[in-house]
Design a protein. Sequence first.
Length: 245
Amino acid sequence: MSLDKNALEQPTNKLLAALPASDYQRLIPHMMLVPLSNRQVLYQTGEPITQVYFPNKAVVSIVTTMEDGSTAEVGLVSNEGMVGMPVILGNNTTITTAFVQIPDTAMQIDADILKSEFNRGAALQTVLLCYVQRVYTQIVQESACNRFHTLEERLAGWLLTVSDRLESEQFPLTQEFISQMLGVNSASVTEAASTLSKAGMIAYHRGQIKILNREALEKTSCECYQILKEESIRLLGNKPNKRRK
């Protein structure tokens, strides 16, 4: 897919948007706007990461696989981040697999080129290290969240997070995916989603989620949603774009 003028001048990915114009322009000759299809694997466990992706409105699941073959989602990346973070941390292999959950597009760059640009120590390094800190904060906060907050609170916050990243109140999500991300079984997700639905906060039908009452959903969510949202703004200095229906 060719790099169009809008993608060049107004990057949707928030990491790229946080870069000064001169630093972003240095990357442009090395980047391609590529489509990401549903379930497309971007990198595999133990294999070298050769390409790094900065998603636009695609959602990418980061998965770890157990010895018996069972899997668990341990992360979610969309327009707030990058897929291939190990590349800037000194190693291009990882114990996780990344695949697309919600298709859209991403800016793709060769891993070696990104690492070289990162090692220059300019604004790109600062922005990406802030993202690493944001991911660390998320891991810490979610560990506490999983222990202390109810499933309804966690589900409400998670749906708000996905909505913020996609900049939409309606998006496709299967119960299987939600249960994997929240670390619970599908029956528990069905019960929690039913509670939110009966309260008029969301509608869920055939894999489509629609937020009906955002204010109520924010009141229902635990404090972790707001903490992580504010931390992302503090670290990267950019707020979500105006949400489109």
